[in-house]
Design a protein around this ligand. Structure first.
Ligand SMILES: CC[C@H](O)CC(=O)C(=O)O
Ligand SMILES: [Mn+2]
Length: 342
């Protein structure tokens, strides 16, 4: 007898994973990954630029392929999986959301900084009007205490979100901090609670399991950890672990393993691992998608990327402030030069 899914997985390798490959997905890659995920019975597959719809820009990084072509390709090969898109109000607009819905997207995830849920009202309302399942995605959740998170999540719920996610964008949350946050949302919301991990401190799997223990039912994973920083909770591992725990995801474990090995691994130039720079993202509480930008700035100014990331953490720089990365690198380089001249 097939049981309902206890946990509903959204696979993010074709969106968060885009950060890891500098937004270079091709239509053929998206087709082969999406088709295999669909055959493995993954229920939701997110496809967009790493920074969400319309993220392709000098600020965030230019996509190799127009994301609407990637979305259309993914929709065309999926028989059961639903395609999701991410949208950050201000980066993506109503226009792109309508276009994505027109291409057959079924879920919109509206992402804001953890203290800025109020800017999601119109986009959540539009997503609902378009008949999309709608998720509120509260990023950089480590930067707000549970009470603040509840306040912001309730706003998203009041705008019509069907689910609100705790998003550990920096991979900085410790297990007890995930527990407090997910518990607080479960106690105060009527809608589903979700969790999105990053593996910078090697806690993505542990944190995801804690979130599930506290009642999160919507969970993000990425095949082969393909995501910003050290990536996300590794989907093929997650479904195997949940299967061992007798928690139903509906996903075929063997097919997930096969597609990870045979289809996703060959796309990667190098395996995604926790490097000293991605570790510092979690340690300093910095947005995971800043990694490649900080490494480029370090090269440009002859610096250690860790020094740039630590300073960005101290300044509490958040998504949308990518231009600060070069400013910080220039300031560190200037300070170093003045010290050596004196
Ligand atoms: C929109 C940028 C970001 O990558 C969204 C996300 O996945 C996160 O905050 O972790
Ligand atoms: Mn992410």
């Amino acid at each position: 007898m097939t049981r309902e899914r206890d946990i509903v997985i959204t696979e993010v390798a074709l969106r968060d994973g885009s950060h890891a490959i500098a937004h270079q997905y091709t239509v053929d890659q998206v087709i082969s990954v999406a088709r295999a995920l669909d055959e493995a019975n993954v229920p939701y597959i997110e496809v967009s630029h790493g920074d969400g719809l319309a993220g392709s820009s000098l600020q965030y990084g230019l996509s190799r392929t127009n994301e609407m072509e990637l979305i259309e390709a993914a929709v065309s090969v999926c028989k059961q999986a639903r395609i999701a898109v991410l949208l950050l109000p201000g980066v993506g607009t109503m226009q792109e959301l309508k276009q994505a819905a027109g291409l057959g997207v079924k879920m919109a995830r509206i992402a804001t900084h953890v203290t800025e849920a109020d800017i999601s009202a119109q986009h959540i309302a539009l997503a609902k009007e378009l008949g999309l399942e709608t998720v509120g995605f509260l990023m950089m959740a480590h930067m707000a205490p549970p009470e603040k998170l509840v306040e912001q999540a309730k706003l998203m719920e009041s705008y019509g979100a069907d689910t609100v996610y705790v998003v550990d964008s920096a991979g900085a949350l410790l297990p007890h901090e995930v527990r407090e946050r997910v518990r607080a949302l479960r106690q105060n919301l009527r809608v589903n609670v979700g969790f999105h991990a990053h593996n910078n401190l090697s806690l993505a799997m542990a944190n995801t399991l804690v979130a599930i223990e506290e009642g999160a039912t919507r969970i993000d994973g990425s095949v082969r950890c393909l995501g910003a920083g050290a990536g996300n909770a590794q989907t093929e591992v997650l479904v195997a672990v949940l299967d061992r725990m007798n928690i139903q995801t509906g996903v075929n474990v063997y097919k997930m393993m096969d597609l990870a090995e045979e289809i996703v691994a060959p796309i990667l130039q190098k395996p995604q691992e926790i490097t000293r720079d991605s570790l510092v993202l979690g340690y300093a509480g910095v947005y995971s998608s800043f990694l490649l930008h900080a490494q480029r700035a370090a090269k440009q100014f002859g610096l250690d990327a860790r020094d740039i990331l630590i300073e960005l953490g101290k300044r509490k720089v958040v998504g949308g402030q990518e231009d600060m990365i070069v400013d910080v690198a220039a300031a560190i380089s200037h300070d170093k030069t003045s010290v050596s001249v004196r």
